[in-house]
Design a binder for this molecule. Structure first.
Ligand SMILES: [Zn+2]
Ligand SMILES: [Zn+2]
Length: 327
Protein backbone atom coordinates (compact mmCIF):
# COMPACT_ATOMS: atom_id res chain seq x y z
CA UNK A 1 0.00 0.00 0.00
CA UNK A 2 2.71 2.47 0.98
CA UNK A 3 4.54 1.66 -2.24
CA UNK A 4 1.54 2.45 -4.42
CA UNK A 5 2.26 5.08 -7.03
CA UNK A 6 -1.33 5.46 -8.26
CA UNK A 7 -4.32 7.34 -6.83
CA UNK A 8 -7.46 5.81 -5.33
CA UNK A 9 -11.07 6.93 -5.15
CA UNK A 10 -13.18 6.39 -2.04
CA UNK A 11 -16.80 5.52 -2.75
CA UNK A 12 -19.83 4.02 -1.05
CA UNK A 13 -23.09 2.47 -2.20
CA UNK A 14 -25.96 0.35 -0.90
CA UNK A 15 -29.07 -1.24 -2.24
CA UNK A 16 -31.79 -3.59 -1.09
CA UNK A 17 -32.62 -6.53 -3.35
CA UNK A 18 -33.33 -10.17 -3.00
CA UNK A 19 -30.51 -12.73 -3.20
CA UNK A 20 -31.03 -16.47 -3.29
CA UNK A 21 -27.39 -17.27 -2.52
CA UNK A 22 -25.45 -14.45 -0.79
CA UNK A 23 -22.31 -16.57 -0.34
CA UNK A 24 -22.01 -17.31 -4.05
CA UNK A 25 -22.61 -13.65 -4.90
CA UNK A 26 -20.00 -12.65 -2.32
CA UNK A 27 -17.41 -15.00 -3.85
CA UNK A 28 -18.08 -13.66 -7.35
CA UNK A 29 -17.70 -10.00 -6.47
CA UNK A 30 -14.67 -10.76 -4.29
CA UNK A 31 -13.00 -12.42 -7.25
CA UNK A 32 -13.83 -9.46 -9.54
CA UNK A 33 -12.76 -6.72 -7.17
CA UNK A 34 -9.71 -8.45 -5.70
CA UNK A 35 -8.22 -8.75 -9.20
CA UNK A 36 -8.63 -4.96 -9.61
CA UNK A 37 -6.77 -4.19 -6.34
CA UNK A 38 -9.94 -2.79 -4.80
CA UNK A 39 -9.99 -2.35 -1.02
CA UNK A 40 -12.97 -1.87 1.22
CA UNK A 41 -15.47 -3.15 3.74
CA UNK A 42 -18.55 -4.68 2.20
CA UNK A 43 -21.54 -6.45 3.71
CA UNK A 44 -23.72 -8.78 1.70
CA UNK A 45 -26.99 -10.25 2.95
CA UNK A 46 -29.99 -11.97 1.44
CA UNK A 47 -31.57 -8.53 1.46
CA UNK A 48 -28.85 -6.50 -0.25
CA UNK A 49 -25.41 -4.91 -0.18
CA UNK A 50 -23.73 -2.08 1.77
CA UNK A 51 -20.24 -1.11 0.61
CA UNK A 52 -17.47 1.35 1.40
CA UNK A 53 -14.57 1.01 -0.99
CA UNK A 54 -11.35 2.47 -2.28
CA UNK A 55 -10.73 1.85 -6.00
CA UNK A 56 -7.50 2.46 -7.96
CA UNK A 57 -8.22 5.30 -10.38
CA UNK A 58 -6.78 3.48 -13.37
CA UNK A 59 -9.17 0.59 -12.71
CA UNK A 60 -12.24 2.68 -12.06
CA UNK A 61 -13.89 2.15 -15.45
CA UNK A 62 -13.29 -1.60 -15.25
CA UNK A 63 -14.75 -1.57 -11.75
CA UNK A 64 -17.93 0.11 -13.05
CA UNK A 65 -18.15 -2.62 -15.69
CA UNK A 66 -18.14 -5.29 -12.98
CA UNK A 67 -21.19 -3.56 -11.45
CA UNK A 68 -23.06 -3.71 -14.76
CA UNK A 69 -22.34 -7.43 -14.93
CA UNK A 70 -24.79 -8.11 -12.10
CA UNK A 71 -28.39 -7.14 -12.66
CA UNK A 72 -28.82 -6.23 -9.00
CA UNK A 73 -25.82 -3.84 -9.05
CA UNK A 74 -26.49 -2.30 -12.44
CA UNK A 75 -27.11 1.44 -12.16
CA UNK A 76 -26.59 1.49 -8.38
CA UNK A 77 -26.12 5.11 -7.15
CA UNK A 78 -22.53 5.67 -6.07
CA UNK A 79 -21.51 8.29 -3.54
CA UNK A 80 -18.03 9.77 -3.81
CA UNK A 81 -16.22 10.84 -0.66
CA UNK A 82 -15.85 14.60 -0.36
CA UNK A 83 -12.54 14.76 1.47
CA UNK A 84 -10.68 11.92 -0.13
CA UNK A 85 -7.04 11.03 0.34
CA UNK A 86 -7.80 7.58 -1.06
CA UNK A 87 -6.28 5.90 2.01
CA UNK A 88 -9.48 4.78 3.63
CA UNK A 89 -8.92 1.00 3.46
CA UNK A 90 -5.94 -1.33 3.26
CA UNK A 91 -7.56 -4.59 2.24
CA UNK A 92 -10.70 -6.06 0.74
CA UNK A 93 -13.17 -7.56 3.20
CA UNK A 94 -16.55 -8.86 2.04
CA UNK A 95 -18.69 -10.43 4.75
CA UNK A 96 -21.97 -12.30 4.46
CA UNK A 97 -24.40 -11.24 7.19
CA UNK A 98 -27.92 -12.29 8.07
CA UNK A 99 -29.17 -8.69 7.65
CA UNK A 100 -27.86 -5.32 6.48
CA UNK A 101 -29.79 -3.43 9.14
CA UNK A 102 -31.02 -5.46 12.09
CA UNK A 103 -34.80 -5.01 12.20
CA UNK A 104 -35.61 -8.12 14.22
CA UNK A 105 -38.14 -9.21 11.60
CA UNK A 106 -38.25 -12.48 9.68
CA UNK A 107 -37.21 -12.51 6.06
CA UNK A 108 -40.16 -12.31 3.76
CA UNK A 109 -42.35 -10.37 6.22
CA UNK A 110 -42.39 -7.53 3.71
CA UNK A 111 -40.85 -6.67 0.38
CA UNK A 112 -37.61 -4.79 1.17
CA UNK A 113 -37.21 -3.70 -2.45
CA UNK A 114 -40.53 -1.79 -2.53
CA UNK A 115 -38.95 1.37 -1.09
CA UNK A 116 -40.29 4.92 -0.74
CA UNK A 117 -39.61 7.78 -3.09
CA UNK A 118 -36.10 9.23 -2.83
CA UNK A 119 -35.96 12.98 -2.28
CA UNK A 120 -32.81 15.02 -2.73
CA UNK A 121 -31.72 17.27 0.14
CA UNK A 122 -33.28 20.28 -1.60
CA UNK A 123 -36.57 18.48 -2.38
CA UNK A 124 -36.80 17.30 1.23
CA UNK A 125 -36.10 20.85 2.41
CA UNK A 126 -38.98 22.19 0.31
CA UNK A 127 -41.47 19.59 1.57
CA UNK A 128 -40.85 20.18 5.29
CA UNK A 129 -43.56 22.25 6.97
CA UNK A 130 -46.09 21.80 4.14
CA UNK A 131 -49.66 20.86 4.94
CA UNK A 132 -50.58 17.19 5.26
CA UNK A 133 -46.94 16.26 5.73
CA UNK A 134 -45.34 14.44 8.65
CA UNK A 135 -41.60 14.30 9.21
CA UNK A 136 -40.23 11.27 11.06
CA UNK A 137 -36.78 10.77 12.52
CA UNK A 138 -35.80 7.11 12.01
CA UNK A 139 -32.76 7.25 14.27
CA UNK A 140 -32.51 6.28 17.92
CA UNK A 141 -33.54 8.74 20.59
CA UNK A 142 -30.00 9.61 21.70
CA UNK A 143 -29.44 10.92 18.18
CA UNK A 144 -32.63 12.93 17.70
CA UNK A 145 -32.45 14.42 21.19
CA UNK A 146 -29.52 16.65 20.23
CA UNK A 147 -30.46 17.38 16.62
CA UNK A 148 -33.49 16.95 14.35
CA UNK A 149 -35.56 18.49 11.59
CA UNK A 150 -38.03 21.18 12.64
CA UNK A 151 -41.32 19.62 13.69
CA UNK A 152 -40.07 16.05 13.32
CA UNK A 153 -41.58 13.16 15.25
CA UNK A 154 -38.72 11.64 17.28
CA UNK A 155 -39.73 8.30 18.82
CA UNK A 156 -38.12 7.31 22.12
CA UNK A 157 -36.54 4.21 20.66
CA UNK A 158 -33.27 2.48 21.50
CA UNK A 159 -33.33 0.05 18.57
CA UNK A 160 -34.50 0.03 14.97
CA UNK A 161 -37.06 -2.67 15.70
CA UNK A 162 -38.60 -0.52 18.43
CA UNK A 163 -38.51 2.46 16.13
CA UNK A 164 -40.52 0.66 13.43
CA UNK A 165 -43.18 -0.38 15.94
CA UNK A 166 -43.49 3.03 17.59
CA UNK A 167 -43.67 4.88 14.27
CA UNK A 168 -46.38 2.56 12.94
CA UNK A 169 -48.44 3.16 16.10
CA UNK A 170 -47.90 6.93 16.19
CA UNK A 171 -48.90 7.34 12.55
CA UNK A 172 -51.77 4.84 12.58
CA UNK A 173 -54.32 7.53 11.62
CA UNK A 174 -52.00 9.28 9.15
CA UNK A 175 -51.71 6.65 6.44
CA UNK A 176 -52.98 9.08 3.78
CA UNK A 177 -50.52 11.85 4.64
CA UNK A 178 -47.23 12.49 2.98
CA UNK A 179 -44.59 10.85 5.17
CA UNK A 180 -41.02 12.20 5.08
CA UNK A 181 -38.45 9.87 6.63
CA UNK A 182 -34.84 10.64 7.39
CA UNK A 183 -31.82 9.09 9.11
CA UNK A 184 -28.06 9.69 9.21
CA UNK A 185 -26.95 8.30 5.86
CA UNK A 186 -30.11 6.99 4.22
CA UNK A 187 -29.81 3.22 4.64
CA UNK A 188 -32.23 2.87 7.56
CA UNK A 189 -34.91 4.69 5.60
CA UNK A 190 -34.61 2.25 2.70
CA UNK A 191 -35.88 -0.39 5.04
CA UNK A 192 -38.24 1.78 7.06
CA UNK A 193 -39.96 3.11 3.94
CA UNK A 194 -40.52 -0.40 2.57
CA UNK A 195 -41.89 -1.45 5.96
CA UNK A 196 -44.31 1.50 6.17
CA UNK A 197 -45.52 0.97 2.60
CA UNK A 198 -46.25 -2.62 3.53
CA UNK A 199 -48.20 -1.32 6.54
CA UNK A 200 -50.49 0.61 4.19
CA UNK A 201 -48.92 4.07 4.08
CA UNK A 202 -49.69 5.61 0.68
CA UNK A 203 -47.11 8.36 0.19
CA UNK A 204 -43.77 7.42 1.74
CA UNK A 205 -40.70 9.52 0.97
CA UNK A 206 -37.15 9.42 2.24
CA UNK A 207 -34.17 11.73 2.38
CA UNK A 208 -31.64 10.25 -0.04
CA UNK A 209 -28.14 10.20 1.48
CA UNK A 210 -29.54 11.19 4.88
CA UNK A 211 -28.68 14.20 7.03
CA UNK A 212 -25.07 14.05 5.87
CA UNK A 213 -26.09 14.67 2.26
CA UNK A 214 -28.74 17.24 3.30
CA UNK A 215 -26.12 19.28 5.18
CA UNK A 216 -23.87 19.25 2.13
CA UNK A 217 -26.59 20.31 -0.33
CA UNK A 218 -27.98 23.05 1.91
CA UNK A 219 -24.52 24.49 2.34
CA UNK A 220 -23.74 24.58 -1.36
CA UNK A 221 -27.18 26.05 -2.19
CA UNK A 222 -26.75 28.63 0.58
CA UNK A 223 -30.11 27.82 2.24
CA UNK A 224 -30.99 28.09 5.94
CA UNK A 225 -30.92 24.63 7.51
CA UNK A 226 -34.21 23.17 8.70
CA UNK A 227 -32.16 20.66 10.64
CA UNK A 228 -31.53 22.15 14.06
CA UNK A 229 -28.76 21.13 16.45
CA UNK A 230 -26.14 18.44 16.09
CA UNK A 231 -26.00 15.46 13.78
CA UNK A 232 -25.00 12.51 15.93
CA UNK A 233 -22.20 10.55 14.34
CA UNK A 234 -20.56 7.71 16.16
CA UNK A 235 -16.93 8.61 16.11
CA UNK A 236 -14.61 10.43 18.49
CA UNK A 237 -16.30 13.77 17.78
CA UNK A 238 -19.70 12.38 18.89
CA UNK A 239 -21.69 14.76 16.78
CA UNK A 240 -21.02 17.50 14.26
CA UNK A 241 -23.01 20.69 14.55
CA UNK A 242 -25.19 21.44 11.51
CA UNK A 243 -26.44 24.89 12.44
CA UNK A 244 -24.73 25.66 15.76
CA UNK A 245 -27.92 25.60 17.86
CA UNK A 246 -28.15 23.61 21.12
CA UNK A 247 -31.60 22.02 21.49
CA UNK A 248 -30.91 19.49 24.27
CA UNK A 249 -30.21 19.70 28.00
CA UNK A 250 -27.77 18.26 30.50
CA UNK A 251 -29.47 15.17 31.93
CA UNK A 252 -28.41 16.12 35.44
CA UNK A 253 -29.08 19.84 35.85
CA UNK A 254 -31.05 20.80 32.75
CA UNK A 255 -28.78 23.52 31.36
CA UNK A 256 -28.48 23.61 27.55
CA UNK A 257 -25.89 21.05 26.50
CA UNK A 258 -25.39 18.64 23.61
CA UNK A 259 -22.25 16.70 24.57
CA UNK A 260 -22.71 12.99 25.02
CA UNK A 261 -20.43 11.14 27.35
CA UNK A 262 -20.15 7.65 28.86
CA UNK A 263 -20.42 7.26 32.62
CA UNK A 264 -16.91 7.00 33.98
CA UNK A 265 -17.87 4.19 36.34
CA UNK A 266 -16.79 1.25 34.20
CA UNK A 267 -19.40 -1.00 35.70
CA UNK A 268 -22.00 1.35 34.21
CA UNK A 269 -20.62 3.08 31.13
CA UNK A 270 -24.05 4.32 30.13
CA UNK A 271 -24.36 7.02 27.47
CA UNK A 272 -25.85 10.36 28.51
CA UNK A 273 -25.63 14.15 28.19
CA UNK A 274 -23.54 15.92 30.82
CA UNK A 275 -22.46 19.55 31.14
CA UNK A 276 -18.94 20.48 32.33
CA UNK A 277 -20.25 21.63 35.75
CA UNK A 278 -21.96 18.28 36.39
CA UNK A 279 -18.96 16.39 35.02
CA UNK A 280 -16.94 18.02 37.80
CA UNK A 281 -19.63 17.58 40.45
CA UNK A 282 -20.29 13.88 39.72
CA UNK A 283 -16.72 13.01 38.76
CA UNK A 284 -17.76 12.10 35.20
CA UNK A 285 -20.49 9.74 36.40
CA UNK A 286 -24.22 9.51 35.68
CA UNK A 287 -25.40 9.34 39.33
CA UNK A 288 -23.97 9.94 42.85
CA UNK A 289 -24.05 6.13 43.25
CA UNK A 290 -21.80 5.66 40.22
CA UNK A 291 -19.47 8.41 41.44
CA UNK A 292 -19.21 6.60 44.76
CA UNK A 293 -18.58 3.25 43.10
CA UNK A 294 -15.90 4.75 40.92
CA UNK A 295 -13.91 6.28 43.79
CA UNK A 296 -14.40 3.40 46.23
CA UNK A 297 -13.33 0.89 43.60
CA UNK A 298 -16.30 -1.33 44.42
CA UNK A 299 -16.71 -3.54 41.40
CA UNK A 300 -20.31 -4.21 40.53
CA UNK A 301 -21.24 -7.83 40.03
CA UNK A 302 -21.68 -8.80 36.40
CA UNK A 303 -25.46 -9.20 36.68
CA UNK A 304 -25.88 -5.69 38.01
CA UNK A 305 -23.90 -3.99 35.32
CA UNK A 306 -26.31 -1.91 33.32
CA UNK A 307 -24.48 -1.60 30.08
CA UNK A 308 -20.90 -2.66 30.52
CA UNK A 309 -18.95 -2.23 27.32
CA UNK A 310 -22.09 -1.10 25.57
CA UNK A 311 -21.54 2.55 24.87
CA UNK A 312 -24.87 2.83 23.04
CA UNK A 313 -26.98 2.02 26.06
CA UNK A 314 -28.73 5.30 26.64
CA UNK A 315 -29.88 6.99 29.80
CA UNK A 316 -33.11 8.90 29.30
CA UNK A 317 -33.11 12.61 29.91
CA UNK A 318 -34.51 14.01 33.14
CA UNK A 319 -37.56 15.41 31.38
CA UNK A 320 -38.49 11.96 30.06
CA UNK A 321 -37.99 10.37 33.46
CA UNK A 322 -40.15 13.08 35.07
CA UNK A 323 -42.86 12.57 32.48
CA UNK A 324 -42.88 8.86 33.19
CA UNK A 325 -43.10 9.45 36.94
CA UNK A 326 -46.02 11.82 36.58
CA UNK A 327 -48.02 9.35 34.49
ZN1 LIG B 1 -25.35 19.74 34.24
ZN1 LIG C 1 -23.28 5.42 35.81
Amino acid sequence: MLKETFQRKTISFYRYFYLENPQEFRDNIFHDWFSLDCFGRIYVAREGINAQMSIPEHHFETFLETLRKYEILDGIPIKYAIEDDGKSFYKLTIKVRPKLVADGLDDGTYDVTNVGKHLSGIEFHEQIGKENTVVVDMRNYYESEIGRFEGAICPEADTFREELEIVTDLLADKKDKKVLLYCTGGIRCEKASAYLKNQGFKDVNQLHGGILEYARQIKSANLDSKFIGKNFVFDERLGESVNGEIISKCHQCGTPCDSHTNCDNHGCHILFIQCPVCAEKYNGCCTPECAHEKTSGLARSKENRIGFGNSRKYRKSLSLIREEQSR
